[in-house]
Design a protein around this ligand. Structure first.
Ligand SMILES: Nc1nc2c(ncn2[C@@H]2O[C@H](COP(=O)(O)OP(=O)(O)OP(=O)(O)O)[C@@H](O)[C@H]2O)c(=O)[nH]1
Ligand SMILES: [Zn+2]
Length: 348
């Protein structure tokens, strides 16, 4: 991406804004430290980031079955918190609070920003539900793209086939395609948001975990989420009017508590993190090795080609090509690998 050259005056203006911002942060930091020492805040409590708007966070505190949400700001030395982060925070008299520390992350989802730099958008996700549907008809390359993207984050993918009501009960090309992924060890849940079918299996899968839904437009992600989150208020979250109007409202990732059996008022079953930015997936940041590792059945073979720098095109002694020939790697999976690799190369 080309960077526009700034005029001297523009540069000066940018520097001035940056200096002012730094001074503001410093002043706030000093005030925070005084307040934290001065007993204006309660004891340290665990919480989880439910949404973030610049340097303002919505933190969810869980005490037994009770949850509450609090508008918090960040202690000045903390940066880069994202939805799903576990935090330590302290409550002020008015219910707002200050986040004083971030917990360790078990996983992090990253997306490129406008400059192409990878940035974390959500943390501590246990599984990525890759939604496909009887319609639009899933094709191998697309499913592979989602799976590779999920694998590259280290977060376990689960396949969800929605619109099962539109599928012939047995056989057919969609089932044949899916059987391939089941053979690779991917869990598969068949559901119909429309007919309320398979939702019990979906609930069982979400239980005790933090999940995200991804998948092509029109497969029924919103429909499934609507089934899981019964009332509108839950979907919007316990946000103050002021934050709701914030300009980041539509893009920030949000954490939603999933009630048992999708009925409001029931105990929390699991968590869902959702945002338009999370539903989309790019693979452009992967190098060839990372891409190959995204195909789980390739993993044991990587590094076993005759040539160390084998590109797995037509080199003699290529372990991957050999496995395709012996029928151990499905030719369509290998074709997906080559196609994605070419697409990445073309985009660079
Ligand atoms: N027959 C059938 N249609 C469904 C089912 N689930 C969703 N649909 C329909 O599929 C269409 C797309 O559903 P959405 O939930 O908007 O899909 P989405 O994946 O959220 O799409 P984006 O918001 O574009 O990402 C809608 O017309 C739904 O009514 C289902 O189980 N069976
Ligand atoms: Zn090779």
């Amino acid at each position: 991406m080309s960077r526009r050259k700034l005029t001297r005056q523009q540069r000066w203006r940018v520097e001035k804004v940056q200096a002012e911002r730094a001074a503001r942060v410093d002043r706030r930091a000093a005030r925070d430290e005084r307040a934290l020492e001065g007993g204006e805040y309660g004891p340290e409590r665990p919480g989880r980031v439910a949404a973030h708007f610049g340097r303002t966070l919505e933190v969810e505190a869980v005490e037994g079955e009770q949850t509450s949400r609090h508008r918090c700001h960040l202690r000045a030395n903390l940066e880069g918190l994202v939805t799903g982060d576990r935090v330590i925070w302290r409550e002020a008299q008015d219910g707002s609070g200050v986040v004083v520390a971030r917990g360790e992350r078990i996983s992090v989802l990253e997306r490129p920003d406008a400059q192409g730099q990878l940035r974390p958008v959500a943390a501590n996700i246990d599984q990525i539900l890759v939604v496909i549907a009887a319609e639009p008809t899933p094709y191998a390359n697309l499913v592979d793209r989602y799976l590779v993207a999920a694998e590259s984050t280290g977060i376990a993918p689960v396949l969800v086939l929605n619109k099962s009501d539109l599928l012939p009960p047995k056989a057919g090309p969609v089932r044949a395609l899916l059987a391939r992924y089941v053979d690779l060890g991917y869990p598969l849940i068949e559901a119909s948001a429309k007919r309320d079918h398979g939702l019990a299996a979906l609930h069982a899968r979400l239980k005790g975990r933090t999940s995200v839904f991804v998948g092509q437009s029109g497969v029924g992600k919103s429909s499934l989420i609507d089934r899981l989150l019964p009332d509108e208020t839950l979907r919007i979250g316990a946000l103050s009017e002021e934050t709701r109007k914030g300009k980041h409202t539509t893009t920030t990732a949000r954490l939603y508590p999933l009630p048992e059996d999708g009925e409001s008022g029931r105990p929390r079953e699991g968590d869902l993190i959702d945002s338009p930015g999370i539903r989309e997936f790019g693979l452009w940041h992967l190098d060839e090795r990372e891409l190959a590792e995204g195909f789980i059945e390739f993993r044991p073979l990587l590094g076993r080609c005759r040539f160390r720098d084998c590109r797995h095109r037509e080199e003699p002694g290529c372990a991957l090509l050999g496995a395709v020939e012996r029928g151990e790697i499905h030719p369509e999976r290998f074709a997906s690998f080559q196609r994605i690799r070419d697409d990445i190369a073309a985009a660079r």
